[in-house]
Design a protein around this ligand. Structure first.
Ligand code: ZN
Ligand code: ZN
Length: 411
């Protein structure tokens, strides 16, 4: 089957399962110019799904780089009123959003980081209302990925550009459960059901703690916060419409208690942090805090990550992913969180998600912290799942339940 058809299937999936575009809804598509082909297919598919109007915002990282190079910090920090107004229009009119990512590694190499930061802060201040609207699930939104030769070369350095691009597309299709023989919409309905079933089972148990062990030396106990919520897969907008924020997604995740993590965890995949690859590392926790660690490569980068701020030496997320999931099986480092965080059971050092406590999204930080919420400016996921991972859940009454056996869910 030609690639063209698979691209079309992925575009349809983004519209129907990802954003779940409703009749007469306004749709915003964010796309880099590298992804023009799939972006056009998304636009067409959105109209076919009943969209009233589809607006596309093209992005170009290379001309974006020129604006960082040639504009002053003052200009970069000045967000014109018209760009605020147009986002206000989409918020007020209940638009949903399809974003396509296709990163160009190194596009901003050598650019003064203070300029990037200033522009970022100005835009998050001016457009904070828009981000809160979307992150608060007041409308549907989704993110999918498209290959490009520069990104593909980084993922597959031993191939030539064209080959690498083909290989990365294939990896994206596999991870997104898009293939020649099946209907991706049906596949995702099944997949969402399995994620939701696991959320429900785990939520009903309300485990006090989880115990992780494997032959690599991981022996880690994670206490979970009271009233924790397991999330993952499909979400429901406040309008009642269900959607899938990430394509792909494989995780069921919840909130560790900031001061309740003890033991050792051995990472099973390298971690890309600020462009450096930390390899073969482990961390040891005492009462939630990292008290000892080592890495065969980039130990100093690992130190920066852990010591970024107070919260970055504590956990903010624990996520369970079966070893037999498609991204895990592919065993590819994508250098992109949309994929890499779905490759294996992972933990995150840093900020937790308020949604992982019942009623958490309407609590303030102080209230969240009473539960054991960890606050930080950073959130760094790292993988520690393995083929032989065992996870046992301990209930408040002391009874044990096997959750994972040999790398996979058994509940
Ligand atoms: Zn995660
Ligand atoms: Zn995370």
């Amino acid at each position: 089957m030609p690639k063209e058809i698979l691209v079309e299937k992925l575009a349809n999936l983004a519209v129907k399962i990802g954003a779940n575009v409703q009749k007469d809804q306004i749709v915003v598509v964010n796309a880099p110019i590298e992804a023009a082909d799939i972006a056009r297919k998304v636009v067409k598919s959105a109209y076919e799904a009943g969209a009233k109007k589809v607006t596309i915002f093209w992005r170009d990282e290379i001309s974006g780089r020129y604006s960082y190079e040639y504009e002053t910090i003052e200009t970069l920090s000045d967000i014109p009123q018209y760009s605020i107004d147009r986002m206000r229009y989409f918020v007020d009119n209940g638009a949903c959003v399809v974003s396509i990512v296709s990163p160009i590694p190194g596009a901003n190499k050598g650019v003064d980081p203070s300029k990037i930061q200033a522009a970022g802060i100005a835009s998050s201040k001016a457009l904070g209302f828009y981000r809160e609207h979307m992150m608060g699930n007041r409308s549907q939104w989704t993110i999918i990925a498209a290959s490009n030769p520069i990104w593909a070369k980084k993922v597959f350095p031993n191939m030539d550009e064209a080959e690498a691009d083909e290989a990365l597309w294939q990896a994206i299709f596999n991870a997104s459960r898009v293939n020649e023989t099946t209907d991706p919409i049906e596949e995702w309905n099944k997949h969402n059901k399995s994620l939701i079933d696991h959320n429900k089972i785990l939520n009903d148990y309300q485990f006090e703690s989880l115990h992780f062990t494997n032959s690599l030396g991981t022996d880690l106990t994670i206490k979970l916060v009271d009233n924790h919520v397991w999330s993952g897969g499909q979400e429901k907008a406040t309008t009642g419409v269900v959607f899938n924020p990430n394509i792909p997604t494989e995780e069921n995740f919840t909130m560790p208690h900031k001061y309740g993590v003890n033991g050792k965890v051995v990472a099973t995949k390298p971690l890309d942090y600020q462009g450096n690859l930390i390899e073969d590392f482990w961390l040891e926790f005492k009462d939630g805090k990292v008290v000892n660690y080592d890495a065969k490569k980039e130990k100093s980068t690992l130190k920066n990550l852990i010591e970024f701020d107070e919260g970055s030496s504590y956990l903010g997320e624990v996520a369970l992913i079966s070893y037999n999931s498609p991204i895990s099986q592919a065993n590819i480092l994508f250098f992109n969180t949309l994929f890499d965080e779905n490759a294996s059971c992972h933990l995150a050092l840093g900020r937790a998600y308020p949604m992982n406590i019942k009623g958490g999204t309407s609590m303030d930080i102080k209230e969240l912290e009473k539960y054991g919420y960890n606050n930080s400016m950073s959130h760094s996921d790292f993988m520690f799942g393995s083929e032989d991972m065992n996870i046992v859940g301990f209930k408040k009454d002391g009874t044990k339940v096997q959750i994972f056996k040999d790398g996979n869910f058994v509940i």
